[in-house]
Design a protein around this ligand. Structure first.
Ligand code: CA
Length: 225
């Protein structure tokens, strides 16, 4: 799961980044509304944490702009005291939730999980299933027929992406954007490395699920029945 933080209080953005990374979310943080908009429109995020008062473009305008472009990424607004009207406007323009600053870490994490669940892609307990495998994205455990092993974060993110894409072919570019962010220096062979790690782990579990290479296009997850 990849989360974008748009927050101009750099210390708060940094603290949030650390907290969320500890929970195995991938996180990007930007400190002004325009960068937030550019990032959010990429569509690579599973959730946005959006401050309201921001330089260049405020959070409400950013939200209006992305909803206007058809981006349905869940948005949790971070509101400061005295921004009640903005909060209401945010919900009117399609925010999923809001949380008032200062907030407790536990509450924020619960709201993030709830917003991701409402998105409908995560089934309870953060477990994703495909064929005979089950991936738990919160503890990074991959299990199959009673056996389980622990993945490293990038392997879990890659497998999660392939599972969520269902039978659609996923290109190396899509994988790079999702795992490393669209500004990254990661290259195609980074993807190949993680695909080969995952294939070894699937084989170790005797899973009937395999990652097929579609030459020149990308990868697709397949389950033999
Ligand atoms: Ca602010």
């Amino acid at each position: 799961m990849r989360i974008l933080i748009v927050e101009d209080e750099v210390n708060l953005a940094e603290a949030l980044t650390q907290i969320l990374r500890k929970q195995h979310y991938s996180v990007d943080a930007v400190h002004d509304g325009q960068s937030g908009l550019d990032n959010a429109l990429s569509g690579i995020y599973d959730l946005l944490l959006l401050d309201i008062m921001l330089p260049e473009l405020d959070g409400i305008s950013l939200l209006k702009a992305i909803r206007g472009q058809g981006v349905s990424t869940p948005v949790i607004m971070l509101t400061a005291k005295g921004e009640i009207d903005d909060k209401i406007a945010g919900l009117d323009y399609g925010a999923d939730d809001y949380i008032a600053k200062p907030f407790a870490t536990g509450e924020l994490l619960a709201r993030i999980r709830a917003a991701l669940r409402r998105k409908g892609e995560v089934i309870p307990e953060d477990a994703l299933r495909f064929g005979d495998i089950e991936l738990n994205t919160s503890n990074l455990k991959l299990s199959c027929k009673g056996k389980e092993l622990k993945l490293i974060l990038k392997e879990s993110e890659l497998l999660e992406l392939l599972i969520l894409r269902k039978q659609a072919v996923t290109s190396k570019e899509q994988i790079i954007e999702k795992l490393w962010g669209f500004d990254s220096e990661a290259e195609h062979n980074n993807v190949e490395v993680y695909v080969s790690f995952l294939r070894k782990k699937l084989a170790f579990l005797n899973a009937s699920v395999r990652i097929s290479t579609i030459r020149g296009v990308g990868y697709v997850l397949e389950a033999a029945d």
